[in-house]
Design a protein around this ligand. Structure first.
Ligand SMILES: *Cc1c(COP(=O)(O)O)cnc(C)c1O
Length: 499
Protein backbone atom coordinates (compact mmCIF):
# COMPACT_ATOMS: atom_id res chain seq x y z
CA UNK A 1 0.00 0.00 0.00
CA UNK A 2 1.40 3.39 -0.82
CA UNK A 3 0.80 6.61 1.02
CA UNK A 4 -2.41 8.56 0.57
CA UNK A 5 -2.27 11.16 -2.21
CA UNK A 6 -1.27 14.63 -1.08
CA UNK A 7 -3.96 17.32 -1.03
CA UNK A 8 -3.46 20.80 -2.42
CA UNK A 9 -4.34 22.42 0.91
CA UNK A 10 -2.35 20.04 3.10
CA UNK A 11 -5.62 19.28 4.95
CA UNK A 12 -6.84 15.68 5.23
CA UNK A 13 -10.58 15.88 4.89
CA UNK A 14 -11.74 17.74 7.98
CA UNK A 15 -8.44 17.20 9.77
CA UNK A 16 -6.91 20.57 9.06
CA UNK A 17 -3.25 21.37 8.76
CA UNK A 18 -2.46 24.11 11.25
CA UNK A 19 0.44 26.53 10.90
CA UNK A 20 2.00 28.33 13.84
CA UNK A 21 0.11 31.42 14.94
CA UNK A 22 3.15 33.49 13.88
CA UNK A 23 2.91 32.12 10.36
CA UNK A 24 -0.81 32.91 10.26
CA UNK A 25 -0.48 36.55 11.25
CA UNK A 26 -0.66 39.36 8.71
CA UNK A 27 0.60 42.83 9.60
CA UNK A 28 -2.35 45.12 10.25
CA UNK A 29 -4.99 42.42 10.87
CA UNK A 30 -7.01 43.28 13.98
CA UNK A 31 -9.55 41.69 16.24
CA UNK A 32 -10.48 44.95 17.89
CA UNK A 33 -10.66 48.67 17.14
CA UNK A 34 -8.98 50.90 19.66
CA UNK A 35 -8.70 54.66 19.42
CA UNK A 36 -5.22 56.05 18.78
CA UNK A 37 -3.36 56.39 22.06
CA UNK A 38 -2.43 59.86 23.32
CA UNK A 39 0.94 61.37 22.51
CA UNK A 40 3.24 60.81 25.47
CA UNK A 41 6.73 61.99 26.25
CA UNK A 42 8.74 58.93 27.22
CA UNK A 43 10.19 59.09 30.71
CA UNK A 44 12.17 55.85 30.49
CA UNK A 45 15.49 57.51 29.85
CA UNK A 46 15.92 55.92 26.44
CA UNK A 47 15.09 52.41 27.67
CA UNK A 48 11.83 52.18 25.76
CA UNK A 49 11.46 49.45 23.18
CA UNK A 50 12.69 50.55 19.78
CA UNK A 51 11.27 47.77 17.62
CA UNK A 52 7.84 46.11 17.54
CA UNK A 53 7.41 43.30 20.04
CA UNK A 54 6.84 40.76 17.27
CA UNK A 55 3.38 39.49 18.21
CA UNK A 56 1.32 38.28 15.27
CA UNK A 57 -1.60 40.37 14.02
CA UNK A 58 -4.78 38.32 13.53
CA UNK A 59 -8.51 38.73 13.27
CA UNK A 60 -10.74 37.27 15.98
CA UNK A 61 -12.05 34.38 13.82
CA UNK A 62 -8.47 33.46 12.96
CA UNK A 63 -7.56 33.27 16.63
CA UNK A 64 -10.68 31.25 17.50
CA UNK A 65 -10.09 28.80 14.64
CA UNK A 66 -6.41 28.43 15.42
CA UNK A 67 -6.96 27.41 19.03
CA UNK A 68 -10.03 25.32 18.27
CA UNK A 69 -8.09 23.34 15.63
CA UNK A 70 -5.16 22.87 17.97
CA UNK A 71 -7.49 21.59 20.69
CA UNK A 72 -8.94 19.08 18.22
CA UNK A 73 -5.52 17.62 17.51
CA UNK A 74 -5.39 16.21 21.01
CA UNK A 75 -6.36 12.57 21.40
CA UNK A 76 -7.29 12.03 25.01
CA UNK A 77 -9.44 9.91 27.25
CA UNK A 78 -12.36 12.19 26.32
CA UNK A 79 -11.98 11.26 22.63
CA UNK A 80 -11.62 7.52 22.88
CA UNK A 81 -10.11 4.49 24.56
CA UNK A 82 -6.64 5.41 25.78
CA UNK A 83 -4.87 2.10 26.46
CA UNK A 84 -1.59 3.50 27.79
CA UNK A 85 -0.29 1.08 30.44
CA UNK A 86 1.36 2.25 33.66
CA UNK A 87 -0.52 5.56 33.45
CA UNK A 88 -4.14 4.90 34.44
CA UNK A 89 -5.84 7.18 31.92
CA UNK A 90 -9.34 6.99 33.35
CA UNK A 91 -12.46 9.05 32.89
CA UNK A 92 -12.45 12.20 34.99
CA UNK A 93 -16.00 12.92 36.11
CA UNK A 94 -17.11 16.46 35.24
CA UNK A 95 -18.44 16.92 38.75
CA UNK A 96 -14.84 17.02 40.01
CA UNK A 97 -13.99 19.75 37.53
CA UNK A 98 -17.00 21.81 38.57
CA UNK A 99 -16.01 21.58 42.21
CA UNK A 100 -12.35 22.42 41.52
CA UNK A 101 -13.51 25.58 39.75
CA UNK A 102 -15.70 26.86 42.59
CA UNK A 103 -14.40 30.37 43.29
CA UNK A 104 -13.98 29.63 47.00
CA UNK A 105 -11.54 26.84 46.06
CA UNK A 106 -10.03 28.03 42.78
CA UNK A 107 -9.30 31.64 43.79
CA UNK A 108 -7.36 30.98 46.98
CA UNK A 109 -3.88 32.37 47.39
CA UNK A 110 -1.23 30.46 49.31
CA UNK A 111 -0.29 33.60 51.25
CA UNK A 112 -3.80 34.14 52.61
CA UNK A 113 -4.00 34.21 56.41
CA UNK A 114 -4.93 30.77 57.72
CA UNK A 115 -8.08 32.18 59.32
CA UNK A 116 -9.47 32.87 55.82
CA UNK A 117 -8.75 29.38 54.38
CA UNK A 118 -10.14 27.14 57.11
CA UNK A 119 -12.27 25.23 54.60
CA UNK A 120 -9.28 24.52 52.39
CA UNK A 121 -7.24 23.23 55.33
CA UNK A 122 -10.19 21.06 56.38
CA UNK A 123 -10.37 19.72 52.81
CA UNK A 124 -6.68 18.75 52.84
CA UNK A 125 -7.15 17.06 56.20
CA UNK A 126 -10.27 15.21 55.09
CA UNK A 127 -8.50 13.91 51.98
CA UNK A 128 -5.56 12.85 54.15
CA UNK A 129 -8.07 10.92 56.28
CA UNK A 130 -9.44 9.06 53.24
CA UNK A 131 -5.92 8.20 52.10
CA UNK A 132 -4.85 6.81 55.47
CA UNK A 133 -8.14 4.93 55.84
CA UNK A 134 -7.97 3.39 52.35
CA UNK A 135 -4.36 2.32 52.78
CA UNK A 136 -4.47 1.37 56.46
CA UNK A 137 -1.43 3.57 57.11
CA UNK A 138 -1.16 5.92 60.11
CA UNK A 139 0.17 9.08 58.40
CA UNK A 140 0.43 10.83 55.06
CA UNK A 141 2.63 13.59 53.62
CA UNK A 142 0.37 15.58 51.31
CA UNK A 143 2.76 17.98 49.56
CA UNK A 144 4.66 15.94 46.90
CA UNK A 145 3.64 17.09 43.44
CA UNK A 146 3.63 13.78 41.54
CA UNK A 147 4.55 10.12 41.79
CA UNK A 148 8.28 10.58 41.24
CA UNK A 149 8.30 13.46 43.72
CA UNK A 150 6.52 11.18 46.21
CA UNK A 151 9.26 8.57 45.74
CA UNK A 152 11.80 11.24 46.58
CA UNK A 153 9.79 12.20 49.67
CA UNK A 154 9.56 8.56 50.80
CA UNK A 155 13.27 7.90 50.35
CA UNK A 156 14.17 11.15 52.10
CA UNK A 157 12.02 10.08 55.04
CA UNK A 158 13.76 6.69 55.01
CA UNK A 159 17.16 8.33 54.96
CA UNK A 160 16.21 10.72 57.79
CA UNK A 161 14.97 7.76 59.85
CA UNK A 162 18.12 5.71 59.29
CA UNK A 163 20.36 8.71 60.00
CA UNK A 164 18.48 9.30 63.25
CA UNK A 165 19.40 5.71 64.18
CA UNK A 166 23.01 6.42 63.23
CA UNK A 167 22.73 3.81 60.50
CA UNK A 168 24.33 5.04 57.26
CA UNK A 169 23.14 2.34 54.87
CA UNK A 170 24.08 2.87 51.21
CA UNK A 171 22.05 0.49 49.05
CA UNK A 172 18.51 0.52 47.66
CA UNK A 173 17.23 -2.67 46.04
CA UNK A 174 14.98 -2.30 43.00
CA UNK A 175 13.42 -5.15 40.97
CA UNK A 176 14.57 -5.30 37.36
CA UNK A 177 11.01 -4.64 36.14
CA UNK A 178 10.74 -1.31 38.03
CA UNK A 179 9.59 1.95 36.51
CA UNK A 180 12.63 4.10 35.68
CA UNK A 181 11.72 6.67 38.31
CA UNK A 182 12.53 4.16 41.10
CA UNK A 183 16.27 3.73 40.44
CA UNK A 184 16.47 7.40 39.40
CA UNK A 185 15.01 8.49 42.75
CA UNK A 186 17.32 6.22 44.72
CA UNK A 187 20.32 7.56 42.81
CA UNK A 188 19.18 11.16 43.32
CA UNK A 189 19.03 10.45 47.04
CA UNK A 190 22.65 9.33 46.93
CA UNK A 191 21.98 5.59 47.15
CA UNK A 192 23.64 2.83 45.22
CA UNK A 193 21.01 0.90 43.25
CA UNK A 194 21.09 -2.89 43.00
CA UNK A 195 18.75 -4.70 40.67
CA UNK A 196 16.79 -7.75 41.88
CA UNK A 197 16.16 -10.41 39.24
CA UNK A 198 12.65 -11.65 38.44
CA UNK A 199 11.24 -15.15 38.23
CA UNK A 200 9.84 -16.89 35.16
CA UNK A 201 6.33 -16.03 36.37
CA UNK A 202 7.08 -12.29 36.41
CA UNK A 203 7.51 -11.72 40.15
CA UNK A 204 10.45 -10.67 42.32
CA UNK A 205 12.80 -13.59 42.92
CA UNK A 206 12.39 -13.80 46.69
CA UNK A 207 15.38 -16.08 47.24
CA UNK A 208 17.64 -13.78 45.26
CA UNK A 209 16.26 -10.81 47.18
CA UNK A 210 16.94 -12.47 50.53
CA UNK A 211 20.51 -13.19 49.47
CA UNK A 212 20.98 -9.51 48.61
CA UNK A 213 19.73 -8.27 51.99
CA UNK A 214 22.37 -7.22 54.48
CA UNK A 215 23.58 -4.46 56.79
CA UNK A 216 24.08 -2.04 53.87
CA UNK A 217 20.52 -2.22 52.49
CA UNK A 218 18.59 0.92 53.39
CA UNK A 219 15.42 0.05 51.52
CA UNK A 220 13.61 -2.02 48.97
CA UNK A 221 11.53 -0.16 46.37
CA UNK A 222 8.86 -2.51 45.12
CA UNK A 223 5.90 -1.87 42.83
CA UNK A 224 2.71 -3.79 43.55
CA UNK A 225 0.96 -4.76 41.38
CA UNK A 226 4.26 -4.72 39.53
CA UNK A 227 4.84 -3.12 36.14
CA UNK A 228 4.03 -6.44 34.45
CA UNK A 229 0.50 -6.10 35.85
CA UNK A 230 1.03 -8.95 38.34
CA UNK A 231 0.45 -9.01 42.09
CA UNK A 232 3.58 -9.68 44.15
CA UNK A 233 2.09 -12.53 46.19
CA UNK A 234 5.10 -12.78 48.50
CA UNK A 235 4.94 -9.14 49.56
CA UNK A 236 4.38 -9.90 53.27
CA UNK A 237 7.25 -12.38 53.38
CA UNK A 238 9.38 -9.84 51.48
CA UNK A 239 8.63 -6.96 53.89
CA UNK A 240 9.36 -9.15 56.89
CA UNK A 241 12.70 -10.17 55.42
CA UNK A 242 13.66 -6.54 54.67
CA UNK A 243 12.68 -5.44 58.18
CA UNK A 244 14.56 -8.34 59.74
CA UNK A 245 17.67 -7.14 57.89
CA UNK A 246 17.16 -3.61 59.29
CA UNK A 247 15.90 -2.03 56.05
CA UNK A 248 12.65 -0.29 55.14
CA UNK A 249 10.07 -1.02 52.46
CA UNK A 250 9.02 1.57 49.89
CA UNK A 251 6.09 0.57 47.72
CA UNK A 252 5.51 2.34 44.42
CA UNK A 253 1.75 2.90 44.54
CA UNK A 254 1.24 4.06 40.96
CA UNK A 255 -0.80 0.92 40.33
CA UNK A 256 -3.17 1.47 43.23
CA UNK A 257 -6.06 1.56 40.76
CA UNK A 258 -5.99 -2.25 40.99
CA UNK A 259 -6.10 -2.40 44.79
CA UNK A 260 -8.20 0.43 46.10
CA UNK A 261 -10.91 -0.64 48.53
CA UNK A 262 -9.62 -4.24 48.39
CA UNK A 263 -6.09 -4.33 49.78
CA UNK A 264 -4.75 -2.15 52.60
CA UNK A 265 -1.04 -1.70 52.04
CA UNK A 266 -0.63 -1.13 55.78
CA UNK A 267 -1.36 -4.86 56.14
CA UNK A 268 1.50 -5.71 53.77
CA UNK A 269 4.29 -4.32 55.95
CA UNK A 270 4.99 -1.28 53.79
CA UNK A 271 6.72 1.77 55.35
CA UNK A 272 6.06 4.33 52.63
CA UNK A 273 4.02 4.47 49.44
CA UNK A 274 3.20 7.31 47.09
CA UNK A 275 -0.28 7.59 45.69
CA UNK A 276 -0.59 9.17 42.25
CA UNK A 277 -3.85 11.02 42.88
CA UNK A 278 -3.93 11.81 39.15
CA UNK A 279 -3.86 8.10 38.26
CA UNK A 280 -6.01 6.53 40.95
CA UNK A 281 -8.39 9.30 41.98
CA UNK A 282 -9.02 11.06 38.66
CA UNK A 283 -7.37 14.24 37.50
CA UNK A 284 -6.74 14.89 33.81
CA UNK A 285 -2.99 14.35 33.51
CA UNK A 286 -2.11 14.14 29.86
CA UNK A 287 0.72 16.31 28.61
CA UNK A 288 2.71 16.20 31.80
CA UNK A 289 0.50 17.51 34.53
CA UNK A 290 -0.82 18.46 36.93
CA UNK A 291 -0.47 15.64 39.41
CA UNK A 292 -0.16 15.05 43.11
CA UNK A 293 1.79 12.34 44.90
CA UNK A 294 0.93 12.15 48.62
CA UNK A 295 3.00 9.58 50.52
CA UNK A 296 1.47 7.39 53.21
CA UNK A 297 3.91 6.55 56.00
CA UNK A 298 4.21 3.86 58.67
CA UNK A 299 4.64 4.62 62.38
CA UNK A 300 8.40 4.26 61.86
CA UNK A 301 8.55 7.01 59.23
CA UNK A 302 5.70 9.31 60.29
CA UNK A 303 7.87 11.44 62.65
CA UNK A 304 10.10 12.38 59.69
CA UNK A 305 7.26 13.59 57.42
CA UNK A 306 8.01 16.86 55.63
CA UNK A 307 6.53 20.27 56.42
CA UNK A 308 3.99 21.73 56.16
CA UNK A 309 1.06 19.69 57.41
CA UNK A 310 -2.41 20.43 58.73
CA UNK A 311 -3.46 19.87 62.35
CA UNK A 312 -6.62 20.66 64.27
CA UNK A 313 -6.31 23.07 67.18
CA UNK A 314 -9.57 22.99 69.10
CA UNK A 315 -12.12 24.05 66.48
CA UNK A 316 -9.55 25.63 64.14
CA UNK A 317 -7.32 24.16 61.45
CA UNK A 318 -3.69 25.17 61.49
CA UNK A 319 -0.62 24.57 59.34
CA UNK A 320 2.55 23.35 60.99
CA UNK A 321 5.13 25.13 58.88
CA UNK A 322 8.29 25.18 61.00
CA UNK A 323 10.44 22.56 62.68
CA UNK A 324 10.08 24.02 66.16
CA UNK A 325 6.26 23.65 66.00
CA UNK A 326 6.43 20.02 64.88
CA UNK A 327 6.10 17.01 67.16
CA UNK A 328 8.51 14.80 65.21
CA UNK A 329 11.67 15.48 63.21
CA UNK A 330 10.48 16.66 59.77
CA UNK A 331 13.24 16.15 57.21
CA UNK A 332 12.44 19.46 55.48
CA UNK A 333 10.07 20.54 52.77
CA UNK A 334 9.22 19.03 49.39
CA UNK A 335 7.61 22.05 47.84
CA UNK A 336 6.66 25.69 48.28
CA UNK A 337 3.20 26.02 49.81
CA UNK A 338 0.79 23.23 50.63
CA UNK A 339 0.60 20.71 47.80
CA UNK A 340 -1.42 20.53 44.58
CA UNK A 341 -4.66 21.88 45.91
CA UNK A 342 -6.71 21.67 42.68
CA UNK A 343 -5.83 17.98 42.42
CA UNK A 344 -6.82 17.48 46.07
CA UNK A 345 -10.27 18.90 45.35
CA UNK A 346 -10.77 16.54 42.40
CA UNK A 347 -9.51 13.51 44.31
CA UNK A 348 -11.76 14.15 47.30
CA UNK A 349 -14.76 14.81 45.03
CA UNK A 350 -14.07 11.50 43.26
CA UNK A 351 -13.79 9.56 46.52
CA UNK A 352 -16.85 11.10 48.13
CA UNK A 353 -19.03 10.69 45.04
CA UNK A 354 -18.05 7.02 44.61
CA UNK A 355 -17.99 6.17 48.29
CA UNK A 356 -16.15 3.19 49.75
CA UNK A 357 -18.27 0.67 47.81
CA UNK A 358 -17.87 2.61 44.55
CA UNK A 359 -14.08 2.76 44.90
CA UNK A 360 -13.91 -1.00 45.46
CA UNK A 361 -16.13 -1.52 42.41
CA UNK A 362 -13.90 0.74 40.29
CA UNK A 363 -10.79 -1.32 41.09
CA UNK A 364 -12.71 -4.55 40.52
CA UNK A 365 -13.97 -3.34 37.15
CA UNK A 366 -10.46 -2.18 36.15
CA UNK A 367 -9.06 -5.64 36.89
CA UNK A 368 -11.97 -7.35 35.13
CA UNK A 369 -11.48 -5.22 32.00
CA UNK A 370 -7.76 -6.05 31.82
CA UNK A 371 -8.43 -9.77 32.21
CA UNK A 372 -11.16 -9.62 29.58
CA UNK A 373 -8.74 -8.06 27.08
CA UNK A 374 -6.07 -10.61 27.96
CA UNK A 375 -8.53 -13.45 27.39
CA UNK A 376 -9.73 -12.00 24.07
CA UNK A 377 -6.24 -11.25 22.73
CA UNK A 378 -3.90 -13.89 24.09
CA UNK A 379 -4.38 -16.27 21.15
CA UNK A 380 -3.92 -13.51 18.54
CA UNK A 381 -1.11 -11.57 20.21
CA UNK A 382 1.25 -13.31 22.66
CA UNK A 383 1.29 -12.94 26.43
CA UNK A 384 4.56 -13.62 28.28
CA UNK A 385 2.68 -14.49 31.52
CA UNK A 386 -0.56 -16.43 31.64
CA UNK A 387 -2.51 -14.30 34.11
CA UNK A 388 -4.87 -13.69 35.72
CA UNK A 389 -3.49 -10.17 35.76
CA UNK A 390 -4.37 -7.14 37.83
CA UNK A 391 -5.23 -3.87 36.02
CA UNK A 392 -2.94 -4.27 32.98
CA UNK A 393 -2.63 -6.85 30.22
CA UNK A 394 0.91 -7.35 28.96
CA UNK A 395 1.89 -8.75 25.56
CA UNK A 396 5.26 -9.40 24.00
CA UNK A 397 6.33 -9.44 20.37
CA UNK A 398 6.70 -13.20 19.83
CA UNK A 399 3.46 -13.13 17.78
CA UNK A 400 5.29 -10.87 15.32
CA UNK A 401 8.25 -13.23 14.96
CA UNK A 402 9.02 -13.96 11.33
CA UNK A 403 6.60 -11.31 10.03
CA UNK A 404 9.17 -8.54 9.74
CA UNK A 405 6.77 -6.22 11.58
CA UNK A 406 7.75 -4.88 15.01
CA UNK A 407 6.02 -3.69 18.16
CA UNK A 408 6.46 -0.15 16.84
CA UNK A 409 4.72 -1.03 13.55
CA UNK A 410 1.84 -2.61 15.44
CA UNK A 411 1.47 0.45 17.67
CA UNK A 412 1.57 2.80 14.66
CA UNK A 413 -1.11 0.65 13.02
CA UNK A 414 -3.38 1.37 15.98
CA UNK A 415 -3.25 5.07 15.11
CA UNK A 416 -4.84 4.37 11.72
CA UNK A 417 -7.47 2.37 13.62
CA UNK A 418 -8.30 5.52 15.60
CA UNK A 419 -6.63 4.59 18.89
CA UNK A 420 -3.83 6.07 20.88
CA UNK A 421 -1.24 3.27 21.02
CA UNK A 422 -0.66 1.33 24.19
CA UNK A 423 2.60 1.68 26.13
CA UNK A 424 5.32 -0.02 24.11
CA UNK A 425 8.79 -1.35 24.90
CA UNK A 426 8.01 -1.00 28.63
CA UNK A 427 8.63 -2.83 30.91
CA UNK A 428 12.09 -3.36 29.47
CA UNK A 429 12.34 -6.93 30.79
CA UNK A 430 9.75 -8.13 28.25
CA UNK A 431 10.85 -8.25 24.63
CA UNK A 432 8.92 -5.79 22.46
CA UNK A 433 6.40 -5.21 25.26
CA UNK A 434 2.88 -3.92 24.59
CA UNK A 435 1.25 -2.88 27.86
CA UNK A 436 -2.51 -2.25 27.81
CA UNK A 437 -4.44 -0.68 30.69
CA UNK A 438 -8.12 -0.30 29.82
CA UNK A 439 -9.22 0.91 33.31
CA UNK A 440 -12.79 0.74 34.62
CA UNK A 441 -13.84 3.47 32.18
CA UNK A 442 -14.49 1.19 29.20
CA UNK A 443 -17.70 -0.66 28.47
CA UNK A 444 -17.69 -4.21 27.14
CA UNK A 445 -18.63 -2.82 23.70
CA UNK A 446 -15.64 -0.49 23.60
CA UNK A 447 -13.29 -3.24 24.85
CA UNK A 448 -14.61 -5.52 22.10
CA UNK A 449 -14.11 -2.86 19.42
CA UNK A 450 -10.54 -2.29 20.59
CA UNK A 451 -9.82 -6.03 20.75
CA UNK A 452 -11.15 -6.49 17.21
CA UNK A 453 -8.85 -3.74 15.91
CA UNK A 454 -5.90 -5.42 17.64
CA UNK A 455 -6.85 -8.80 16.16
CA UNK A 456 -7.16 -7.27 12.68
CA UNK A 457 -3.72 -5.68 13.05
CA UNK A 458 -2.19 -8.97 14.22
CA UNK A 459 -3.68 -10.63 11.11
CA UNK A 460 -2.29 -7.85 8.95
CA UNK A 461 1.14 -8.32 10.51
CA UNK A 462 1.03 -11.96 9.38
CA UNK A 463 -0.51 -11.42 5.93
CA UNK A 464 0.67 -7.98 4.84
CA UNK A 465 3.47 -6.84 7.14
CA UNK A 466 4.72 -4.29 4.61
CA UNK A 467 1.54 -2.23 4.93
CA UNK A 468 1.94 -2.15 8.70
CA UNK A 469 5.47 -0.85 8.35
CA UNK A 470 4.06 2.17 6.52
CA UNK A 471 1.57 2.98 9.27
CA UNK A 472 0.19 5.42 10.17
CA UNK A 473 -1.05 6.23 6.69
CA UNK A 474 -3.96 8.41 7.69
CA UNK A 475 -2.52 10.55 10.47
CA UNK A 476 -1.55 14.17 9.77
CA UNK A 477 2.04 13.27 10.67
CA UNK A 478 3.52 9.85 10.00
CA UNK A 479 6.77 8.58 11.48
CA UNK A 480 8.76 11.34 13.08
CA UNK A 481 12.47 11.38 13.68
CA UNK A 482 12.00 11.28 17.44
CA UNK A 483 15.72 11.11 18.18
CA UNK A 484 16.42 14.24 16.20
CA UNK A 485 13.41 15.99 17.69
CA UNK A 486 14.78 15.25 21.17
CA UNK A 487 18.36 16.14 20.36
CA UNK A 488 17.81 19.19 18.18
CA UNK A 489 14.49 20.60 19.31
CA UNK A 490 13.39 23.73 17.48
CA UNK A 491 12.03 25.80 20.32
CA UNK A 492 11.95 29.22 18.75
CA UNK A 493 10.18 30.59 15.71
CA UNK A 494 12.26 32.91 13.59
CA UNK A 495 10.68 34.95 10.82
CA UNK A 496 11.58 33.83 7.31
CA UNK A 497 14.45 35.80 5.76
CA UNK A 498 13.32 39.03 4.13
CA UNK A 499 10.53 39.81 6.63
C1 LIG B 1 3.51 6.85 36.70
C2 LIG B 1 4.44 6.03 37.49
C3 LIG B 1 5.42 6.63 38.30
C4 LIG B 1 5.70 8.12 38.32
O1 LIG B 1 4.60 8.92 38.62
P1 LIG B 1 4.51 10.43 38.08
O2 LIG B 1 3.28 10.96 38.72
O3 LIG B 1 4.44 10.35 36.59
O4 LIG B 1 5.76 11.14 38.54
C5 LIG B 1 6.20 5.81 39.09
N1 LIG B 1 6.07 4.47 39.05
C6 LIG B 1 5.16 3.86 38.26
C7 LIG B 1 5.04 2.36 38.28
C8 LIG B 1 4.32 4.63 37.45
O5 LIG B 1 3.43 4.02 36.66
Amino acid sequence: MSTLPPTHSGHRALDLEEPLIFELGRPGARGIDLPEGPEVTPRLGGLERQRPIGLPDLSEPQVVRHYTRLSQKNYGIDSGLFPLGSCTMKHNPRLNERLARLPGLADLHPFQPQGTVQGALALIHTLAGWLTELTGMPAVAMTPAAGAHGELCGLMAIRACLEARGDARQVVLVPESAHGTNPATAALCGYQVESIPGTADGRVDVDALKRMLGPDVAALMITNPNTLGLFERDIIDISQAVHAAGGLVYMDGANLNALIGRVRVGDLGVDAMHINLHKTFSTPHGGGGPGAGPVVLSDTLAPFAPLPYVVKDGEAWRLIEHRHEADGHPFGRMKGYHGQFGVFVRALAYMMSLGADGLAQASGDAVLAANYLLARLKDHLSAPFPGPVMHEALFDDSFLKGTGASTLDFAKGLIDEGYHPMTMYFPLVVHGALLVEPTETESKASLDAFAESCIALADRARNDPESLKQAPLMAPRRRLDETRAARQPVLRWTPPAGD
